[in-house]
Design a protein around this ligand. Structure first.
Ligand SMILES: Cc1cc2nc3c(=O)[nH]c(=O)nc-3n(C[C@H](O)[C@H](O)[C@H](O)COP(=O)(O)OP(=O)(O)OC[C@H]3O[C@@H](n4cnc5c(N)ncnc54)[C@H](O)[C@@H]3O)c2cc1C
Length: 455
């Protein structure tokens, strides 16, 4: 596939009045890269995925059809001490991920993926290829966290790579309620964002069936997911100072290269076969359906509120919550530096997920009701005015265009949650570069009709 194929698709679709949906890795939680209620052309970038890594100047050009796993793999082919800060799941595409921000275990040290974009190539609404200079600073700002789909088709990113030590330490420490997990999560809230920025200590919370005398019942399993940019010895010392209650032991820790840690957290197994990074398979089985929501937490929740979440976990088959600590570099970057705004003041981010295998509307209604009720239950304990959400965990419940359009005020309902005060600037950029809303989707940034007429 050539860049010119993308240009031709844009020009042709515009001429014939057809919408396009651009797909990179296809991991959009609402399927907005490949599902719509209107006829559209699916622009699949799977064959636009060349990656060239330049270790001498710490950069890489990556075409947007590539996945995170492919990017990590190509970096590691050239160096053990270079990395890129992005998500855990290797099959996520760089097109959607980086234009929506992109976070992972290096977030506390280096910020989000979009913080490390130093140039980009984009096909605009006229089919022209623009780079950082020719697109201008506002459009370059918008595609770093504002979602690429509202502004054009991003062909490639130029990324700044970051340094990592030759050996990092990882651990996955499981604790059940019977082992005091509630008190540990409660304490974690006070220290997760304040730990040394070389440590990432995230939580995955799941319901787990019990064996033996308790067969048929479930408990809650909290997995502490740890990554440290250094040796086990130093990590144990830091954890003993900050979080002795967790009781991290030497035997829990595994030292490995950064790239092996990407495999470890990507497929949750100490399997060291790097080729797993090249598989484009979504880890969520194809027959599974799922729904997600996100929140930002700015004050610790009381322990009884956490227990209320665990109780809800008993009502459904496959619930999961992921809590990702902020702090470190995330506190230092201004909210308006790029379009992604969620920085200082957040202690951690929550990603709620429910998946199910049953077919049919009844199963869908049941699981949707469950996750919506959990989201309502969390209202008093999460960010307010606006209640913020993460664009890459797209959630159509937050609002969407009706019959393909939304006024500024309608779109502000979800726009404020995803972009806070950056929403207005995104609308202005949109109005300037795509006044007729050719690059549209159900939750896209709308142009302002009055400004577009002035243009
Ligand atoms: C299993 C799983 C694990 C995940 N883990 C993480 C994680 O660790 N960290 C994190 O931050 N997020 C994570 N996510 C969320 C993920 O970052 C987003 O869903 C992201 O948008 C997916 O990008 P994609 O290219 O794979 O998706 P796609 O479905 O291809 O695209 C997503 C959106 O971006 C648009 N888009 C894609 N490519 C382009 C392009 N080239 N130009 C313009 N617009 C484009 C699409 O039109 C769509 O609107 C995860 C998602 C899943 C399903």
């Amino acid at each position: 596939m050539q860049e010119s194929h993308v240009q031709a698709t844009v020009v042709c679709c515009r001429q014939h009045g057809l919408q396009i949906r651009t797909r990179s890795g296809g991991h959009d939680f609402e399927g907005l890269s490949y599902v719509s209620h209107v006829p559209f052309v699916l622009l699949d970038l799977i064959h636009l995925r060349t990656i060239s890594v330049n270790i001498e100047d710490n950069t890489a050009w990556v075409q947007t059809g590539a996945t995170l796993g492919e990017l990590y793999y190509r970096i590691a082919e050239k160096s053990r001490t270079h990395a890129f800060p992005a998500g855990l799941c290797p099959s996520v595409g760089v097109g959607g991920h980086i234009s929506g921000a992109g976070y992972g275990i290096l977030m506390r040290k280096y910020g989000v993926s979009a913080d490390h974009v130093i140039d980009a190539r984009l096909v605009d609404v006229n089919g022209k290829i623009l780079d950082k200079e020719s697109m201008g600073k506002d459009l370059f700002w918008a595609i770093r966290g504002g979602g690429g789909a509202s502004f054009g088709v991003i062909l490639a990113w130029k990324l700044r790579l970051v340094p990592v030590p030759p050996t990092v330490t990882t651990f996955i420490v499981p604790r059940t309620l019977e082992q005091g997990a509630s008190a540990l999560v409660h304490k974690w809230q006070f220290i997760g964002d304040k730990l040394n920025e070389d440590i990432f200590l995230g939580l995955s919370i799941q319901a787990m069936p019990l064996d033996g005398d308790h067969k048929g019942k479930k408990t809650i399993l909290i997995s502490f997911l740890g990554h440290y940019l250094g040796s086990t010895e130093k990590l144990l010392q830091l954890m003993e100072e900050s979080f002795p209650e967790m009781g991290l032991k030497k035997d829990d820790c595994i030292e490995m290269s950064w790239i092996k840690s990407a495999v470890y957290f990507g497929v949750f197994s100490p399997e060291s076969n790097l080729n797993l990074l090249l598989e484009r398979k979504n880890p969520i089985p194809p027959k599974s359906r799922y729904m997600t929501k996100s929140d930002y937490v700015q004050e610790p929740m009381p322990e009884n509120v956490l227990e209320g979440i665990w109780q809800r976990f008993h009502q459904i088959d496959e619930p999961e919550i992921i809590m990702s600590p902020y702090g470190g570099r995330m506190n230092e970057i201004e909210e308006s530096a790029i379009a992604f705004p969620h920085r200082k003041g957040n202690m951690y981010k929550i990603n709620y997920l429910v998946s199910w295998k049953e077919e049919g509307n009844e199963a869908e209604r049941k699981h949707a009701r469950w996750i919506r009720e959990l989201y309502n239950y969390m209202t008093p304990y999460v960010s307010k005015s606006p209640r913020c959400a993460y664009l890459n965990f797209k959630d159509i419940d937050l609002g969407h265009k009706k019959n393909g359009t939304a006024t500024y005020l309608e779109a502000k309902v979800w726009g404020n949650k995803y972009f806070k005060n950056n929403f207005d600037k995104l609308v202005n950029v949109k109005t300037r570069v795509d006044p007729d809303d050719f690059f549209t989707n159900e939750q896209g940034i709308p142009p302002l009709p009055s400004l577009a007429e002035d243009k």
